[in-house]
Design a binder for this molecule. Structure first.
Ligand code: SF4
Ligand code: SF4
Length: 269
């Protein structure tokens, strides 16, 4: 695997790389033009995640990745989409999140009457159903209220990247269970994958769990106590019982990409 076995760089070389990183950190990603912008943003997140003075540094890292997504997307000039407020067929299916994305939403949920209980009930109703059959339960995401995402500004990367050109096709897939190809837009999906890889690789490099999890289960685990983020950062696997998304398990293409990205960056830290 690329990068494995590379010797750590000397201090001067690391400093030079970190100085160069400044021109890419938080800036719109340029996709398909080499790894430097990706590596710079991963190094930035590693620094943030190692700053133990920040009790909510996992949430901060997730917010950074989500902001990077929003900054990058317009530069790709994506075509018009069918997605609109009140369209929510896709919120009835299995969704994954990167572990760090759960805590900010869980804190928000705890501040609102009845939402934590709804999260727990939703997970109880869906956790035994296979991921690819989750849509059959017709149990929507616990954060969906009157067909509107109640956490739109802080929704996970997966939800941002699930964007379609046809609500009718989405209805047939997500509600009727028809086997059609989702008319997802490549631009959204590519930016979602790139920013998810950056966040996941940073978590891996600081030794935190990084594989994507069932959103419903991760929320249910994070919402039970006010200090779930602090305990997770301290090494307690608060998501131990939550299923890993099938697309990010060990050996999948996405997981291999994280392995390679992390292995290439490790000598530069
Ligand atoms: S992905 Fe499909 S179901 Fe979801 S908001 Fe967009 S058009 Fe609606
Ligand atoms: S977080 Fe929002 S966009 Fe994502 S599945 Fe839940 S309601 Fe839908």
């Amino acid at each position: 695997m690329a990068g494995l076995g590379r010797q750590p760089l000397d201090r001067a070389e690391k400093r030079r790389i970190q100085r160069e990183d400044a021109k890419w950190i938080g800036k719109p990603l340029v996709l398909n033009r080499g790894p430097r912008p990706f590596e710079a943003n991963v190094r930035h997140l590693v620094g943030l995640l190692r700053d133990t003075t920040r009790p909510h540094r996992a949430s901060e890292a997730a917010t950074f990745a989500q902001t990077l997504y929003e900054r990058t997307l317009p530069s790709l000039k994506p075509p018009p989409v069918a997605c609109a407020k009140g369209c929510a067929h896709c919120c009835n299916t299995f969704v994954t999140i990167i572990p760090a994305e759960a805590f900010r939403v869980a804190r928000h949920a705890r501040s609102r009457d009845g939402v934590a209980a709804r999260i727990t009930e939703t997970y109880a109703a869906t956790s035994k159903i296979a991921q690819h059959e989750r849509w059959k339960s017709k149990v929507p995401c616990a954060l969906l209220e009157a067909d509107i995402c109640s956490v739109h500004a802080m929704r996970p990367l997966t939800c941002r990247g699930c964007v379609s050109t046809s609500a009718d096709v989405c209805f047939r897939i997500y509600i009727e269970g028809k086997e059609e190809n989702p008319p997802f837009l490549l631009e959204y999906n590519s930016v979602c994958t790139a920013t998810a890889a950056i966040l996941s690789a940073a978590l891996k490099l600081v030794g935190l769990p990084y594989r994507s999890l069932d959103w419903s289960g991760a929320l249910a685990a994070a919402v039970v106590s006010a200090d779930s983020e602090e305990r997770w950062l301290a090494g307690e696997d608060v998501f131990a019982a939550v299923e890993v998304g099938s697309g990010t398990r060990a050996g999948t293409p996405f997981d291999n990409m994280i392995e390679e990205l992390a292995a290439n960056i490790a000598p530069t830290l």
